[in-house]
Write a protein that binds this ligand. Structure first.
Ligand code: THU
Length: 126
């Protein structure tokens, strides 16, 4: 699967974002080492701190079905700037695959690519 195809999967998931509070949708598509792709969207809550980001939705879906090694994640948002993963999502993904690649899109579909290691150096570990 190409980077663009993975981003298209993230865009499809973006349509399901539950965003009554921020009105900012995010979609994610997480590729596992065997090629399986899990998607996710942000799911907000009236108790705002309960909100779950798109990346963590996808990651929890994958881990709960037995996948722990990830190659890439595509993150799609329609902001004016690239939709970067928040600090909590960086830490959450790094738990499983600190060397994975992170693709971040903005309105219009252009995206940039990083290594998770660059976005979160010196990851916390026990
Ligand atoms: N959000 C994500 O889904 N992923 C991130 O990495 C950053 C933020 C969501 C959470 C909330 O629903 C909305 O974006 C605005 O913060």
């Amino acid at each position: 699967m190409t980077d663009r195809e993975l981003m298209d999967r993230a865009k499809e998931a973006w349509k399901f974002a539950y965003i009554p509070y921020s009105h900012f949708g995010v979609g994610a598509a997480l590729e596992c080492d065997d090629g399986t792709v899990y998607t996710g969207c942000n799911v907000e809550n009236a108790a705002l701190g309960c909100t779950i980001c798109a990346e963590r939705t996808a990651c929890v879906k994958a881990v709960s079905e037995g996948h722990r090694r990830f190659v890439r994640i595509a993150i799609y948002g329609e902001g004016e700037t690239y939709c970067m993963p928040c600090g909590q999502c960086r830490q959450f993904l790094a738990e499983f695959s600190p060397e994975m690649e992170v693709l971040c899109a903005k309105a219009g579909g252009r995206y940039v690519s990083y290594k998770l290691r660059e976005l979160l150096p010196h990851t916390f570990r026990l």
